[in-house]
Design a protein around this ligand. Structure first.
Ligand SMILES: [Zn+2]
Length: 380
């Protein structure tokens, strides 16, 4: 009967830990497994809630700064593709690469011309999947990985960045990932350090009155420790090749080890959540951030595209009307990328410089002070 723990398999051992507000969905409880300590939103979100969170327009939780973010993202993915292409070429001259959670397809678009590999994506957001295909001509399946129903033992390299923490069933999701991989194929998973997510939420909760909740603004549903991730991946049938802890400065801030607020924690009034339904798209109340970065109570922040009024209008039209506003939204993204393109960021030495900066902000696996874990595993 009881829904077992994804990590240790204990049934009925999930105990309530902390109530938080999930924008667009409502108040939810983070639970903690009595067996292994893994923390997760329970009950798991259903298809309707997940669709409310990611299905319509959602394609990137990072761009809370509106359209100004797209150009920077495009160039960041350019850099990542440069180094990833090198890794792929080192493995084999050709192969099949899959990115699960490919968002707007920036990485795939940059990766494809750099390798002899065939690159494909899976993306839950209809807009993201369409944009990637339309603008870059890359093949992206719209839906969850399970819904994509890809053939078994097909892919040589799978990338899942900022994805595992969002799926309703992490173990099932990883089992499906393993099924579509060839024996010996590699999987790279980048996912938050659960403690760096939960600790700021608990700190915020301790300061709030009964009428407000800390906001789970990024929509993370599972919170893993390093040990729990390794156990989960091992249990599903992966061999771990490498673990890194990345984003050390942000991680230390979130953990409270060095001063400075984590930018991830906002506050939501209960009254703003109570009226909300997974399908609700009407306006919400903006809540004063109490010295934190402001997080709005309405679902829009999860749907991204930022704070400019024109962006909001465009998004509402997408929901209401046909494909034309989608074109408009895409055109705005294109224009933003063109307007904010910085030549220095496309300069090869800059790629290496940024990689070095990133390396210096990372630690080897045994330490877990970072904002995220970066794991490389292979199918056993
Ligand atoms: Zn457990």
């Amino acid at each position: 009967m009881a829904d077992p723990c994804d990590v240790c398999g204990a049934a009925g051992g999930m105990r309530p830990l902390l109530e938080v507000g999930l924008p667009g969905v409502g108040p939810v409880w983070i639970h903690r497994c009595g067996g292994c300590g893994m923390r997760q939103v329970r009950p798991r979100l259903g298809a309707a809630a997940l669709d409310a969170l990611y299905g319509a327009d959602y394609f990137d939780s990072q761009s809370a700064h509106g359209f100004a973010g797209y150009a920077r993202q495009r160039q960041r993915y350019d850099r990542e593709a440069f180094f990833l292409a090198r890794e792929l070429r080192g493995l084999a001259p050709t192969g099949r690469f899959l990115e699960v959670g490919s968002a707007l397809g920036f990485l795939l678009a940059s990766l494809e011309p750099r390798t002899g590999w065939e690159v494909e994506g899976v993306e839950l957001s209809a807009f993201g999947a369409w944009y990637a295909g339309d603008r870059f001509g890359v093949r992206v399946y719209r839906g969850t990985l399970e819904e994509a129903g890809l053939p078994a033992a097909t892919f040589d390299y799978v990338l899942q960045k900022d994805l595992l923490e969002h799926v309703a069933h992490p173990r099932r999701h990883l089992e499906e990932t393993r099924r579509i991989m060839r024996p010996g194929a590699r999987l790279r998973v980048i996912t938050p350090n659960g403690e760096a997510d939960v600790r700021p939420l608990r700190r915020a909760a301790a300061e709030l009155g009964p009428d407000a909740l800390p906001s789970l603004g990024q929509g993370h549903l599972s919170f893993f420790s390093r040990e729990q991730l390794l156990r989960l991946l091992g249990g599903v049938g992966f061999r771990v090749l490498r673990v890194r802890s990345i984003g050390i400065r942000r991680g230390l801030r979130a953990l409270g080890t060095i001063p400075g607020r984590s930018s991830r924690t906002g506050v939501i009034r209960r009254s703003a959540l109570a009226a909300r339904r997974p399908s609700g798209a009407t306006g919400g109340e903006r809540v004063a951030p109490r010295g934190r970065e402001e997080v709005a109570a309405e679902p829009e922040p999860l749907l991204t595209s930022g704070s400019s009024p024109s962006a909001v209008t465009g998004r509402e039209e997408v929901a209401a009307a046909g494909p034309e506003p989608r074109e408009e939204q895409a055109a705005r993204i294109d224009a933003e990328i063109a307007a904010h393109h910085r030549r220095v960021r496309a300069w090869r030495p800059y790629f290496h410089y940024r990689r070095l900066v990133k390396r210096l902000d990372a630690l080897p696996g045994a330490l877990a002070y970072g904002q995220d874990f970066d794991l490389l595993v292979e199918k056993r």
